[in-house]
Write a protein that binds this ligand. Structure first.
Ligand SMILES: Cc1cc2nc3c(=O)[nH]c(=O)nc-3n(C[C@H](O)[C@H](O)[C@H](O)COP(=O)(O)OP(=O)(O)OC[C@H]3O[C@@H](n4cnc5c(N)ncnc54)[C@H](O)[C@@H]3O)c2cc1C
Length: 333
């Protein structure tokens, strides 16, 4: 593998932000990863792992090595309903592979951009299903010890858009493959609002759920190929029920969803942002999408800093108005 120099990162992030990486490695196999890690160590370079860049905002030139994980391969494990996929596979292709092999449970996660290797990092989720519900195990390369680890679900410490890999204790782990536990028996999961309504009381099959999720997503979210974005910029905040009740006094319409813990609720960040008049707000070439307060877009000429400053402006306003601190879902580099 050749380590490339002075690479424009615009094609490698869904915001389409143009920043330079001093070095770039296109990793196709473990040997490439070992070579890249050795190079970064010898040259004492900072390193950043990248999948398809659909959850990453580059705010300045990167003086180190970008390691893009492009290992390929998808297989159904013989005699099981489990599917193992390499980190560089496209997530949506994996969803299609499962469906085409009559393996179910994953259809609600159709059309989430990005790679298989990034899916466990923030425990991707949509339409009432999270990766953790399908997760069997993953293989990760330990960039400190040079060892391969096989990690169980509990070891990954999945939470809402969270995992061990986002914590300091897990950032040296590079996902090589992911194994999912699917089922030949189909159980529709359409309780999530929007989906249930779409079927009007009928019980859909897996292909119908897949198609409907794709249709809703295509109609709702801007295509990053046309308008640079990374989906939801902020996480939905989880707050104590007591804080929610106090806020309700002032904002009787404030929506909330149950969480796994009875003492807390999840608020839609989009609602909070709408109340502060976020939609359509701009900063340089960055803007809040006119229809989705949670989606920040590159109107064509945004720098990463424009997007970051706009995000800070929004989270400051939410903090001032509601006393709630928004956390970014997007990885800021
Ligand atoms: C239009 C749009 C809609 C979206 N909708 C959703 C949604 O519904 N639900 C949802 O959860 N997300 C959503 N996202 C976010 C995004 O799709 C996911 O976070 C996805 O998993 C990112 O994959 P990626 O390969 O592009 O990750 P990248 O942006 O390349 O990387 C994201 C993070 O993962 C790390 N990483 C990547 N690969 C590896 C690896 N092999 N090993 C270790 N670390 C790694 C990176 O270092 C970085 O910290 C959306 C994004 C867009 C653009």
């Amino acid at each position: 593998m050749e380590i490339q120099q002075d690479i424009d990162l615009a094609p490698y992030n869904s915001f389409g932000i143009s920043q330079q990486a001093a070095y770039f490695a296109d990793v196709r196999q473990v040997a490439d990863l070992q070579q890249a890690l050795a190079f970064a160590q010898q040259q004492q370079l900072p390193m950043q792992v990248l999948g398809a860049g659909s959850n990453t905002l580059f705010t300045r030139d990167f003086p180190g090595l970008i390691v893009q994980m492009n290992c390929k391969g998808i297989e159904r494990l013989p005699g099981t309903d489990s599917v193992k996929a390499a980190c560089g596979e496209n997530w949506h292709d994996l969803v299609k592979y499962c469906l085409n092999n009559n393996l179910y449970g994953i259809e609600n996660l159709a059309l989430i951009p990005g790679t298989v290797g990034a899916a466990p990092i923030q425990n991707i989720g949509a339409y009432g299903v999270e990766l953790a519900q399908l997760f069997l195990q993953l293989e990760a390369w330990d960039s400190r010890s040079g060892e391969l680890h096989c990690m169980t679900k509990s070891a990954c410490q999945f939470g809402y858009r969270d995992s061990l890999f986002k914590q300091a204790a897990g950032q040296h782990l590079i996902v090589l493959s992911l194994t999912l536990q699917l089922s030949q028996e189909y159980v529709p999961r359409i309780d999530y609002h929007g989906l249930k309504q779409a079927f009007g009381g009928a019980e859909p099959g897996p292909r119908q759920v897949f198609d409907k999720v794709c249709e809703i997503r295509r109609g709702k979210l801007p295509d990053p190929g046309i308008l640079g974005n990374a989906g939801s910029f902020f996480k939905n905040p989880v707050i104590a029920v007591s804080q929610y009740q106090a806020l309700q006094q002032q904002y009787p319409d404030l929506p909330a969803y149950d969480t796994e813990e009875a003492a807390s609720v999840k608020l839609p960040a989009a609602w909070l942002l709408e109340q502060i008049g976020a939609k359509g707000r701009r900063r340089g070439g960055a803007a809040v999408h006119a229809e989705h307060a949670l989606v920040l877009v590159n109107t064509g000429s945004a720098s990463g800093e424009d997007i970051l400053l706009l995000a800070q402006e929004l989270s400051d306003a939410v903090l001032q108005t509601f006393g709630i601190s928004l956390q970014t879902e997007v990885r800021i580099v």
